[in-house]
Ligand binder design. Structure first.
Ligand code: ADP
Ligand code: MG
Length: 238
């Protein structure tokens, strides 16, 4: 399960209205990409879903339950940041196990889940290294591993590939798409990169200045952009 609904969700910082009230439904198992120019509110929207920011209005429902009353750690959602959020002094094994240790899982269960995630992510032979001894792509996989072990209802990615070089980004894009196919878990992926959006998404949400301009499949947005902003952003011939 992992259906996420935003009902009239709004966010202001002081008297700056970053997100005007908006509605959005993300179906269970869908790969949804939030795309839009820098500063349009993508991260804020993701943080509202994750509970890392409080909504100024409206409600976030996860599988029908009002998430705004549930603390972030209990929402069943796992955020994946850029790989520099890893602990440099800890082994890969300890980095991946960290959320499980915090949640108080017993050692055997921690080890079982770490081994499973490492296998999925091709990290089994790197578990005793430290992040500094890994390539950029491997570090990013460790960051994803830390989310996988939590067995979340949904993954929330915030521009996870933006500090990788172009060639590595292409590979990691494919790996994340494969992971989605394998786990079939709801994923929300934030990027300002149109190519990432068009190649990875089941559904794209185009944002501008906190507003949703259009929601649709890559093909729908390409064929039928609803305005010149979407057309220009997606690169459609309108
Ligand atoms: P994006 O992720 O699309 O680049 P953000 O969600 O980070 O955009 O930011 C959207 C807007 O909200 C920006 O104008 C940003 O300056 C503002 N903003 C984000 N977080 C805060 C904050 N904690 N306090 C004040 N303004 C913020
Ligand atoms: Mg951002």
């Amino acid at each position: 399960m992992g259906r996420i609904q935003l009902n009239r969700v709004a966010k202001s910082f002081g008297n700056v209205h970053v997100i005007p009230p908006l509605d959005l439904t993300i179906e269970d198992g869908e790969f949804t990409v939030f795309v839009g120019p820098s500063g349009c509110g993508k991260s804020t929207l993701l943080r509202l879903i994750a509970g890392l920011e409080d909504v100024s209005g409206g409600e976030v429902l996860i599988d029908g339950a009002d998430a705004t009353t549930i603390p972030p750690a209990k929402r069943g959602l796992a955020m994946v940041f850029q790989s520099y959020a890893l602990y440099p002094h800890m082994s890969v094994r300890k980095n991946i196990a960290f959320p499980l240790k915090m949640a108080g899982l017993d050692k055997a269960e921690q080890e079982r889940r770490v081994a499973q995630a490492a296998e999925v992510l091709n990290l089994t032979s790197y578990l005793d290294r430290r992040p500094g001894q890994l390539s950029g792509g491997q570090r990013q996989r460790v960051a994803i591993g830390r989310a996988i072990v939590r067995e979340p209802q949904a993954f929330l990615f915030d521009e996870p590939l933006s500090n990788l070089d172009a060639a590595l980004r292409v590979g990691m894009r494919l790996e994340i798409s494969e992971l989605h196919k394998r786990l079939k878990t709801t994923m929300i992926y934030v990027t300002h990169d149109q190519v990432e959006a068009m190649t990875m998404a089941d559904k794209i949400v185009v944002l501008q200045a906190g507003r949703i301009e259009q929601v649709g499949s890559p093909l729908e947005l390409y064929r039928r952009p609803c305005n010149t902003f979407v057309a220009g952003f997606i690169g459609s011939p309108k």
